[in-house]
Ligand binder design. Structure first.
Ligand SMILES: Cc1cc2nc3c(=O)[nH]c(=O)nc-3n(C[C@H](O)[C@H](O)[C@H](O)COP(=O)(O)O)c2cc1C
Length: 150
């Protein structure tokens, strides 16, 4: 997300980052179990109260046991009004697919009134490769800014 944010900032946009971190960080087993059970987590940082001041909201989270993380569930299940806001949604995954997880994010964004203009899956392998990550971020920034969705 930082790379995509950087690519947007380089194009003159103001970007704000909110990391969805649990107050009490979980180990890999507990995070997988919490995701599988569709749990939420107490977040260390408050969620923005409304999204009206944002022209574009980007949401990203890992695929855990084929589901959204508990941290992301806290945001998606308590999402501020997203009516008329544009959203880009992202999944990071290991080796598996992310269709179910993305579908689950999209349905909650749409329920909050959001309008999805972009969705993508980024494999962990690409996210770990600085050069590839930067290249991909540039492509994604171009897609997010494509004139016909604005
Ligand atoms: C408990 C657990 C379950 C996971 N389940 C999946 C999965 O079902 N499918 C998949 O493609 N990747 C899975 N992964 C890999 C993560 O999606 C991947 O590591 C993550 O997106 C990369 O983000 P990170 O750098 O924060 O770890 C799992 C990872 C953990 C720790």
């Amino acid at each position: 997300m930082k790379s995509i944010g950087g690519a947007l900032e380089a194009r003159g946009h103001r970007v704000e980052y909110h990391k969805l971190e649990a107050k009490r960080p979980m180990g890999w087993f507990a995070s997988g179990w919490a995701a599988l059970r569709k749990k939420e987590a107490d977040l260390a940082e408050d969620i923005p109260k409304n999204l009206r001041m944002y022209e574009l909201v980007l949401i990203a989270g890992p695929v855990l046991a084929g589901k959204t993380s508990a941290e992301l569930n806290t945001f998606l299940n308590n999402m501020p009004d997203g009516i008329g806001r544009r959203f880009g949604v992202f999944a990071t995954s290991g080796t598996g697919g992310a269709e179910g997880q993305l579908r689950s994010i999209k349905s909650r964004v749409e329920r909050a009134g959001g309008f999805i203009i972009y969705e993508d899956t980024v494999k962990r392998q690409i996210a770990m490769d600085l050069h590839e990550c930067g290249r991909r971020a540039e492509e994604i920034a171009e897609q997010l800014m494509r004139p016909w969705v604005w």
